[in-house]
Design a protein around this ligand. Structure first.
Ligand SMILES: [Mg+2]
Length: 381
């Protein structure tokens, strides 16, 4: 179709013209919603990651002692520094941009992005993710390099896949499988990432209905495999807890997670979905709930932020939080450009960041995180 909205508006409409105009207007509105959801997912995830980073590894009790007031970006005051969670989401978005639905190409591009990423020595890489990516450098082909682990790596890459492929469930499952097996082979890692992707897809379609989500997740959770029965039981408890209106912190405490939600995808997914379903429209409230549940909170908060952002769009995120995203390379502008390119079919933002600069940035990041970690050794305990 070559006509533009303006052309139709000023071209003198007959009955067919109105119908065509309505269709075009609907198409434009859909594209705008998609842009909003993609940008909201990337930016919301980055905000959650950056806010959670300062509190990573703390128990709920210690966190309450250290930070009784509002949660802030504390690794470098006022600046939202992001970790592997945002980087994996952004690299996945870049791979989607380059591959445009071709799963083989998606796997190849994502594998190269992750190779370059690990070679820039990022801080705080998960054990399984690190091992799997160095195996790629040793020549083991993508898809055979994964490590048997049920960690959080694949879930970090899942929400953006869910939003981008929200209307294509088979393509989503295929992309998700390729993304997961680049690092993890445990059935729970793929099932957990699939749960996050489906929740993000649902959020991007404007729904946060727990019953609809339970229906969507059922086929994923009904798979056989190591630990899947426990995963199903935990998810059932999560939906019951949400229905009762319990806080996420109370749900986590009832599971006996006194040290917080650690890096096990089954626990991470249950806690993240609980916080999202409890506050689907309110990023700050959802992040407060998940971060105060303690543990691996940059990852859990990144997931929650991505889900809330996919639902409310970038316009529903707190502007001050977005403006604080001034890290390099994954700042507000770059993440927004990436989302727009994904929605409109452009190429802008598809290049990997300059590798030597990434190395330097990671060194500075490590020093800041270590400094922050030392400050956290001080009282109150
Ligand atoms: Mg992280």
């Amino acid at each position: 179709m070559t006509k533009t909205c303006d052309g139709l508006l000023f071209g003198g409409m007959n009955g067919g013209g109105y119908a065509e105009y309505n269709l075009l207007a609907e198409g434009v509105a859909m594209q705008q919603r998609r842009e909003q959801a993609l940008a909201g997912c990337l930016l919301g995830g980055a905000i959650g990651d950056a806010l959670g980073l300062a509190y990573e590894g703390l128990s709920p009790r210690r966190l309450a002692r250290l930070s009784p007031g509002p949660l802030r970006f504390r690794v470098f005051p006022g600046l939202a520094l992001v970790s592997d969670d945002t980087e994996h989401a952004a690299l996945t978005a870049q791979a989607l941009l380059r591959s445009r639905g071709d799963t083989n190409r998606f796997e190849r591009v994502l594998a190269w992005r992750l190779r370059l990423w690990i070679a820039a020595l990022p801080a705080g890489v998960g054990w399984a993710t690190g091992r799997a990516l160095w195996k790629l450098w040793l020549g083991i082909p993508p898809g055979r390099n994964g490590v048997h682990s049920a960690g959080n790596g694949p879930a970090m890459r899942a929400a953006i896949l869910g939003v981008y492929l929200a209307r294509q469930p088979h393509a989503l499952a295929e992309h998700l499988a390729r993304s997961t097996r680049l690092t993890h082979t445990d059935v729970r890692a793929e099932a957990g990432a699939h749960c996050i992707a489906l929740a993000a897809a649902q959020a991007s379609q404007g729904s946060s209905d727990p019953l609809q989500l339970a229906h969507l997740l059922a086929p994923v959770l009904e798979q056989d495999g190591e630990g899947m029965a426990d995963f199903r039981m935990l998810m059932r408890a999560m939906f019951e807890s949400v229905a009762k209106g319990e806080r996420t912190q109370a749900f986590c405490a009832a599971q006996g997670w006194q040290r917080g939600v650690l890096g096990y995808v089954v626990h991470t997914v249950a806690a993240a979905l609980h916080a999202w379903l409890s506050h689907p429209q309110d990023l700050d409230a959802a992040l407060e709930d998940i971060i105060r549940s303690g543990g691996d909170v940059d990852s859990t908060a990144a997931l929650v932020g991505g889900l809330v952002g996919a639902g409310v769009g970038v316009q529903g995120l707190p502007p001050a939080r977005c403006a604080a995203l001034r890290d390099w390379p994954w700042n507000q502008q770059r993440l927004s450009r990436l989302a727009i390119a994904l929605a409109r079919g452009g190429r802008e933002g598809s290049l990997y960041p300059c590798w030597p600069l990434a190395l330097l940035r990671n060194l500075l990041f490590l020093l800041l995180v270590l400094g922050h970690g030392l400050r956290r050794l001080l009282p109150p305990y």
